[in-house]
Design a binder for this molecule. Structure first.
Ligand SMILES: [Cu+2]
Length: 121
């Protein structure tokens, strides 16, 4: 019985640590991608884990932001419409416009660790 209780305490402590790790990157901030002239700009964007990226359509015709793996997917964005997605898992995310598939972009999400976890504003 004693062993079970110790184990339960250890699991709880581990869960609490994981919770803190999961919550911390939320302060990583925000980044923006503009859609204009059938181009995502910047075409490749590097962000820290936990960053919210907001796309704004500055063209006069609709575009979408569609992940090649369906990790995220916007509706058709009219002029000045925005779409946001928070990247909480490090990795390389490729996306395109489902209306104009030659429009492509990449978001590279790096782990938010150490002194880079909360960049000063
Ligand atoms: Cu488009």
């Amino acid at each position: 019985m004693m062993t079970v209780k110790l184990l339960a305490n250890a699991v709880f402590a581990g869960a609490a640590a994981l919770f803190l790790l999961a919550v911390a990157p939320a302060a990583a901030g925000e980044a923006a991608v503009k859609i204009g002239n059938f181009t995502f700009g910047p075409q490749e964007l590097k962000v820290k884990s936990g960053t919210t990226v907001t796309w704004t359509n500055e063209d006069d015709i609709p575009h979408t932001v569609t992940s090649t793996t369906m990790a995220f997917k916007s509706k058709a964005l009219d002029s000045d419409d925005k779409f946001s997605f928070t990247f909480s898992t490090p990795g390389t995310y490729q996306y395109f416009c489902s209306l104009h598939p030659h429009m492509t972009g990449t978001i590279v999400v790096e782990a938010a660790t150490g002194s880079n976890a909360t960049p000063p504003k």
